[in-house]
Design a protein around this ligand. Structure first.
Ligand code: TYM
Length: 329
């Protein structure tokens, strides 16, 4: 049985991008693998969140993992900061992570450009912490969206470097759990390339139908095709990308045909898209509402997860310390 690890930062509520990037097909994923799902609260600290809001955001992600269908009796769900072993592994891996390669990562360059007043060391070493998360359970597969591809590549590099340096075959080189397709990128409704919390263009799993309808209605479109079989502009391609994950093949084929014959009416496309997003989210939203205030249940799940995650993490750390020659008297 292979080990799968999925992580989501605790920066707010989960959106469609998180769902399709990291959780799609979770039933199969959980049945066929030993799965860990965790909430990356340390990672969220790079942007200096309000301490009063941090725990609430961790709770949101925990609730939404469960509501999306992660079963705590089959899988391990835990909070990153509940497993302190990750900090030591992060420190040890940092000894073999080079300034140049960290500074070259696209996510670092982008964040540094957007927030020149907060280019902290946590941001620079973000990929090492992510590698520590993954290598701590020696995961074979990591379900991620397209935006995390480079981080995963760095994890493989760190694993390989460790093995070569200490002449061991200890860490596996994890690959993306890609659900049988290319890594996915769910676009924003604003014509931008990516749905993301910091982009402010998300549809959230706990969003109410009225608000979804409003957002979809307002999604950016152009004036429409004038000749048959024209290429789609980005904003329209984006709507089709979302349609392809939430709607049936028949529905997609219908709108593709309308596009190709230049008869498409964006109002119809948006109405269908909103309807199918609402339908996809409805059962998740219902479960979110049912468990979000059940603090006893959430506490129980988090403590159970912490226990199981620490067991796996401390084993890895013991072995890594041994390999690196760290011994206590
Ligand atoms: P985060 O919190 O930004 O996103 C969590 C997961 O959701 C995916 N995702 C998307 N997939 C497709 N389309 C989108 N628009 C979209 N937006 C987000 C992400 O690819 C990711 O899989 N660094 C990670 C958190 C992390 C992690 C890890 C993940 C920390 N340690 C170890 C896996 C393994 C992050 O910021 O994800």
């Amino acid at each position: 049985m292979e080990t799968v690890l999925s992580g989501i930062r605790s920066t707010g509520n989960l959106h469609l991008g998180n769902y399709y990037g990291a959780l799609r097909n979770f039933v199969k994923m959980q049945q066929e693998n030993k799965c860990f799902f965790f909430i990356a609260d340390y990672h969220s600290l790079t942007t200096h969140p309000d301490p009063k809001l941090l725990h609430g955001n961790v709770k949101n992600v925990l609730t939404e993992y469960l509501a999306a269908g992660i079963d705590p009796e089959i899988s391990t769900i835990y909070v990153q900061s509940d497993v302190p072993e990750v900090c030591e592994l992060y420190l040890l891996l940092n000894m073999h992570a080079y300034m140049g390669e960290l500074a070259k990562t696209s996510s670092f360059k982008e964040k540094a450009r957007k927030h020149p007043d907060n280019i902290n060391a946590g941001l620079l070493t973000y990929p090492t912490l992510m590698a520590a998360d993954i290598l701590m359970h020696n995961a074979d597969k990591v379900p991620v969206g397209k935006d995390q591809e480079q981080h995963l590549e760095m994890t493989r590099k760190f694993a390989r470097r460790f093995n070569n340096l200490y002449q061991v075959e200890y860490f596996k080189e994890p690959v993306a759990y890609n659900f049988g397709n290319e890594l996915i990128k769910i676009p924003g409704l604003d014509g931008s390339g990516k749905m993301g919390k910091s982009e402010g263009n998300c549809i959230y799993l706990n969003e109410d139908p009225k608000s979804i309808e409003k957002k979809v209605k307002r999604a950016l479109t152009d004036s429409g095709p004038t000749v048959p079989n024209s290429p789609k502009p980005d904003c329209i391609e984006n709507l089709f990308t979302i349609l392809k994950v939430v709607s049936t093949d028949d529905v997609v084929a219908h709108f593709e045909e309308k596009w190709n014959t230049a008869e498409i009416r964006y109002g119809d496309l948006k109405k269908q898209l909103a309807e199918d997003i609402i339908k996809t989210i409805a059962p998740i939203r219902e479960r979110i509402l049912a468990i979000q205030n059940d603090d006893d249940y959430l506490h129980k799940v988090a403590m159970q997860g912490r226990e199981k995650a620490r067991e796996s993490a401390s084993k890895t750390l013991r072995e890594v310390r041994e390999i690196m020659g760290i011994r206590s008297f």
